[in-house]
Design a protein around this ligand. Structure first.
Ligand code: NDP
Length: 286
């Protein structure tokens, strides 16, 4: 039976541990704050990080950030262990962590889980991984219990980059949802009169702007034909959103950031091109 250690029992670590137990793994857990393993059936609770690491061939880290990894494992023997850090960080932090692990004779893979805790181990769950391919291949059968695995290559920063790119889209959309809600409620319109249609707008995006493949092709071609939704038209709306926010007494930081992209696109002579021309602007920060 595979023995796997899970360090960090926030909602995600608990979901991972429970999923691995269900998949037949022998699971040892450790968490800084005692008691977080309550309700987890079939796991062994290690008294210390040393004991937790010693118990697992594979050590999965589900911590808030990379700083937590050093806090937990800084003085723990890691020789011949394989760490998979499933926490959020920057690509450079993942690369530095891989080097840190190498200095301690440990293997290191970066992981980024792309579903929330209740969906871990369910159909449709997936996660990005990067790091040495032999390590990934060896441990893929265990990692597959969490969700489908998408291996990106040897660079330990790549899985983190893909994770952050997805979260970029996600967090920006979530901020937009709350911002739009604040706008309508400022005029006494109930959130429930707004949010269902706003949600539908998100699911209808492919019908409005093309699916991912269409968009990828347009961005790769760099032509931005300007036959549907121009920078000028969308930029005017971006100004209106920012001004409406200020008038409503709602925070205008997000709309102003979007507006500035359009302003710069207009200044760069892209006014009559499609809104996708903003791609040139975000790739070249001023
Ligand atoms: P939480 O931040 O809720 O919990 C993470 C764990 O980190 C806790 O067990 C906490 O311990 C521990 N921790 C934080 N700082 C330290 C430290 N300095 N020393 C020791 N332990 C520390 O995160 P989640 O469980 O929600 O997520 C874990 C990771 O998974 C995150 O990086 C997140 O980005 C990623 N993820 C989360 C998703 C989600 O929807 N939750 C979805 C996809 C990925 P303690 O209990 O003692 O505070």
């Amino acid at each position: 039976m595979n023995s796997t250690t899970v360090i960090g029992l926030g909602p995600m670590g608990r979901a991972i541990a429970a999923t691995l137990v269900r998949a037949g793994h022998q699971v040892t857990v450790w968490n800084r704050t005692a008691g977080r393993a309550g309700g987890l059936v079939g796991v062994t609770i290690a008294p210390t990080p040393d004991a937790a690491v010693a118990a697992g061939d594979l050590v999965l880290l589900s911590l808030t950030d990379y700083g937590a990894m050093y806090d937990v494992l800084g003085s723990t023997g890691l020789s011949r262990k394989v760490l998979v850090n499933l926490g959020s960080g920057t690509p450079d932090e993942s690369r530095a962590a891989a080097a840190w692990a190498r200095e301690r004779d440990a293997g290191f893979l970066t992981g980024g889980i792309m579903v929330p805790p209740p969906l871990v181990g369910q159909a449709g769950a997936y996660a990005f991984y990067s790091g040495p391919s032999d390590l990934f291949r060896e441990h893929e059968p265990t990692l597959r219990a969490i969700g489908d695995t998408r291996y990106l290559g040897a660079d330990p920063g790549l899985a983190q980059l893909l994770y952050q790119a997805h979260l970029d889209v996600f967090l920006t959309a979530l901020a937009g949802l709350l911002h739009g809600t604040a706008l309508v409620t400022s005029a006494g319109v109930p959130a429930e009169d707004f949010l269902p249609d706003a949600m539908r707008l998100l699911t209808d995006l492919p019908a409005m702007v093309g699916d991912g493949a269409d968009l990828a092709a347009e961005l790769a071609a760099g032509e931005y034909p300007g036959d549907l939704s121009t920078v000028r038209m969308m930029g005017a709306t971006a100004v209106h959103i920012a001004e409406t926010s200020v008038a409503a007494g709602v925070d205008a930081a997000v709309p102003n950031a979007v507006r500035s992209l359009y302003d710069r696109a207009v200044a760069a002579g892209l006014a009559t091109r499609d809104w996708t021309a903003l791609y040139d602007i975000v790739r070249n920060p001023s």
